[in-house]
Design a protein around this ligand. Structure first.
Ligand SMILES: C[S@@+](CC[C@H](N)C(=O)[O-])C[C@H]1O[C@@H](n2cnc3c(N)ncnc32)[C@H](O)[C@@H]1O
Length: 278
């Protein structure tokens, strides 16, 4: 007898710090295709055999270390639902600050029709959130991974975004020369030796790791940006909590002005931005 009430008790026993109770609840809601209120109002609901099979197989994946977002194939970000799979990073709440930074730049400059480039788009969470918030803007989303781009394109369709284009490229390599008001990127920035990598084993390593203490992709993006930014265009980059000073130095060396770092919700350096001085 697999009632919701009995399952909740089972979830409580199984959950711990790295496997939170709400992951099980979210999985159950996904399997039942219901919203959260259903779990409160239907304690005696008896799962069908198919529903229980789906729940069991999802629970086995969660218990083996697969993150919830990959088990249910989606993740909320900036108020939208994004499909994700093993070829895309799972969008993080801190990255919403990069979207906010890009939107603030567009608002400060009075740019309803901003031109925005998102480098390393993954699921498309940054590009598509900006494109939704600024429907008159044009957004170009770039990734090296064809498989990530497939997911991003599907998300564009599901979110009914028409003002975002996608290109496969190794950073700027395949991007036709043009000028952007804002370049935003959450590139790989974790050092190969970083101990936190062990906890991120389910996510694509190419989305996470960069050479030179995690700074090599950031450096390439900064160096290449002058060609693609409007005069006074803004480059905004997400980076590691301990990379703020290093990234500011790279911005300054490349001639950016008004370089500043924004802290994340945990009070750590997270996004550095600067104005192109060319
Ligand atoms: C940290 S993930 C960010 C994904 C997404 N923007 C987000 O915030 O969730 C970095 C992304 O950069 C892409 N990437 C890595 N190297 C690249 C390269 N040389 N050129 C273009 N994209 C690259 C990866 O495939 C991955 O999707």
């Amino acid at each position: 007898m697999h009632t919701i009430n009995a399952l909740k008790a089972q979830f409580r026993k199984l959950s711990h710090a790295h496997l939170p109770y709400h992951w099980f609840e979210s999985l159950l809601l996904f399997v039942l295709n219901k919203d959260k209120a259903f779990l409160i109002t239907h304690d005696d609901y008896l799962l069908t055999a198919d529903e229980y099979d789906g729940l069991e197989s999802g629970m086995a994946k969660l218990c083996s270390g697969v993150p919830l977002a990959y088990v249910i194939g989606r993740q909320g970000f900036f108020g939208h639902e994004f499909s994700v799979n093993e070829h895309t990073l799972i969008p993080r709440p801190d990255t919403e600050m990069l979207v906010e930074a890009a939107l603030d730049v567009a608002a400060d400059k009075g740019l309803g029709q901003a031109r925005i480039l998102d480098l390393g788009t993954g699921s498309g969470c940054i590009a598509l959130s900006i494109a939704k918030a600024l429907p008159s803007s044009t957004v170009l989303a770039v990734d090296y991974s064809h498989r990530a781009l497939d997911v991003a394109r599907r998300n564009a369709q599901d979110l009914q975004v028409a003002n975002c284009q996608f290109i496969q490229s190794n950073w700027y390599e395949n991007i036709p020369i043009q000028s952007f008001d804002v370049i935003a990127s959450n590139p790989p920035y974790i050092a190969r030796t970083d101990e936190h990598l062990a906890q991120l084993g389910a996510e694509p390593i190419t989305a996470l790791v960069a050479d030179n203490h995690g700074l090599s992709d950031i450096e390439k993006i900064i160096k290449g940006s002058a060609v693609y930014l409007m005069p006074s265009g803004v480059l905004a980059l997400e980076h590691g909590y301990d990379q703020g000073a290093g990234v500011r130095t790279l911005f300054a060396k490349a001639g950016f002005k008004d370089v500043r770092t924004v802290k994340d919700y945990g009070g750590n350096d997270r996004i550095t931005m600067g104005i192109c001085d060319e």
